[in-house]
Ligand binder design. Structure first.
Ligand SMILES: Cc1cc2nc3c(=O)[nH]c(=O)nc-3n(C[C@H](O)[C@H](O)[C@H](O)COP(=O)(O)O)c2cc1C
Length: 307
């Protein structure tokens, strides 16, 4: 016996940030099994091996010990619901879950960042857990952002500010680096592309987000006025507006002008929360003074023609 406080030890383990996986397998009687696991780790490249550990109290213990293969599904940043679903004991874990084809007949979760199909080669005793070692027989990788877990909370990966590329020295700069329009455009793309990709991954198309944001500060616009204001072509705006109206996010007034509904406001809130978090990530590492100076310069450029 030691005098270690288990709860505190759990908090200590939680300081080590991990990704999140769902281990899936098929029991000898054909039942699909799955549970959320963050104890996954790579083990060996040659031969290709991985490991993870299972609580000996798990309902899936016997079936997993006897399974010939298991799959590691590395979850993407928008798959928190799957992580929660597979972390609760239930016989219905796979209900409504989209699966993709597997070389070895394993349940592979659609949309995961990576899948590793492994032969269940060894188990080792590990205190109150059983360590599973798998030999990787097949794997695939996607290009989505992984879901992370740190300090007992879900998190999303962001590149460390200290690893950002430094400004190129004068000789290495291209001529476009001296003109304000390409500089503004490129800085906009640099920031907005990953943000819009994140929204897209969460099922929020860019046009929807832009329409809601614009109508929140400039209500009562027609489709034509909206298209001009957000610089998206009429056909795309019309299509998004139809979807937003049909789904209760926008209301079309009698004069054909559009306003956000209460439901639309809560949709907008989701976009704004994501934007705030994204802005924090982008500006992390800059001083408050630098951020204020940047914002002030941009505001001056925007309002320069208004007296
Ligand atoms: C983020 C997270 C990570 C987890 N990691 C593990 C793990 O590494 N090993 C484990 O046995 N349980 C882990 N769990 C708990 C199991 O997912 C949970 O107990 C699940 O219900 C077990 O499945 P079962 O009901 O089929 O036994 C984790 C849960 C969460 C939310």
């Amino acid at each position: 016996m030691t005098d270690i406080d288990t709860r505190e030890l759990r908090n200590c383990f939680g300081k080590f940030a991990t990704g999140i996986t769902v281990i899936t397998a098929v029991a000898p009687d054909g039942t699909k099994l799955g549970l959320t696991v963050n104890s996954f780790s790579s083990l060996s490249l040659d031969p290709p091996m991985i490991l993870w550990s299972l609580d000996k109290r798990s309902n899936s213990l016997d079936a997993l010990k006897n399974a010939s293969h298991f799959a590691v599904n590395v979850l993407a940043s928008d798959q928190m619901d799957l992580s929660n679903k597979f972390a609760s004991p239930s016989d219905e874990k796979f209900a409504g879950v989209e699966l993709i084809d597997s070389k070895y007949g394993l349940p592979l979760l659609a949309g995961a960042v990576a899948h590793l199909e492994c032969k269940n080669v060894e188990t080792h005793d590990g205190g109150d857990h059983l360590i599973f070692i798998g030999q990787v027989e097949h794997f695939n990788i996607g290009d989505r952002k992984p879901l992370l877990y740190a300090n007992g909370q879900y998190a999303i990966a962001a590149r460390h500010p200290a690893t950002r590329q430094a400004e190129p020295d004068e000789a290495a700069r291209s001529s476009s680096d001296d003109f304000i329009i390409p500089l503004l455009l490129r800085s906009y793309w640099e920031i907005s592309d990953p943000f819009y990709q994140e929204l897209q991954d969460e099922g929020i198309p860019v046009a929807h987000a832009r329409i809601l944001v614009h109508l929140s500060h400039t209500p009562e616009l027609t489709v034509n006025e909206l298209s001009k204001a957000i610089r998206v072509d009429m056909a795309s705006v019309a299509m998004s507006v139809t979807w937003l109206c049909d789904n209760g996010h926008l209301t079309r007034l009698e004069n054909d002008k559009l306003v956000i509904s209460e439901q639309g406001m809560s949709h907008l809130n989701t976009v704004q929360c994501r934007a705030e978090r994204f802005e924090q990530e982008v500006l992390d590492g800059y001083t408050d003074q630098e951020i204020e100076m940047l914002k002030s310069m941009l505001r001056k450029l925007i309002y320069r023609r208004e007296i």
